[in-house]
Design a binder for this molecule. Structure first.
Ligand SMILES: [Zn+2]
Length: 182
């Protein structure tokens, strides 16, 4: 989306990035048709997984986790988990605001971080969840179709975010003005 603004007696065209509220509203609205479409083609179960994962992707795993956003606030006291990510990744960078790579990077980040924290807690002799990485991979293997639907739902929400940000096209990334981090 582009808007024209008066600046120093000239008119300039700037990219108007969607606000956090607009992103949230669009995610909540779009998860319904996504769930219906997937449900019609692949069954009710997949439709529900797609809709819920789209909602989770847009509200909790959004590309804007690289800045102090609504998505980050939703993590509550766990938002400290995203502190290294936020410090390492510049806002609207290739690693957060690009198709596939953005979602992949966030998912790998949170899984790796969870495993590190789990291992750290275990080193004190405390067992939180008796699930290993092998249990997780066999679970994914058993429910492979549902897992793919969930990943596609999360990725779909990222695409909606990128479109609203006005950056669906990788060529435009560098041209878009990056917001300063708070
Ligand atoms: Zn964004």
């Amino acid at each position: 989306m582009y808007i024209i603004l008066p600046y120093k007696a000239k008119f300039i065209i700037v990219n108007s990035m969607a606000s956090g509220q607009n992103h949230d509203k669009a995610t909540k609205i779009c998860c319904i048709p996504i769930a219906i479409c997937i449900g019609l083609f692949f069954g009710l179960g997949h439709g529900m997984i797609a809709g819920i994962s789209f909602l989770i992707g847009g509200l909790w795993l959004s590309p804007d986790l690289d800045t102090y956003s609504n998505s980050l606030k939703r993590w509550g006291f766990l938002k400290f988990l995203w502190w290294p990510y936020r410090k390492l990744i510049p806002h609207r960078s290739f690693f957060s605001h690009s198709p596939f790579i953005g979602t992949g990077f966030r998912l790998i980040y949170i899984v790796l971080l969870s495993l590190i924290i789990k291992r750290l807690i275990q080193s004190f002799g405390i067992t939180l969840v008796p699930i290993s990485i092998f249990d997780l991979s066999s679970l994914i293997e058993t429910y492979r179709a549902q897992f793919i639907t969930a990943i596609l739902g999360i990725e779909g929400s990222a695409w909606l975010h990128l479109i609203l940000d006005g950056a669906p096209n990788p060529i435009k990334w560098n041209k878009l003005k990056r917001k300063k981090k708070p």
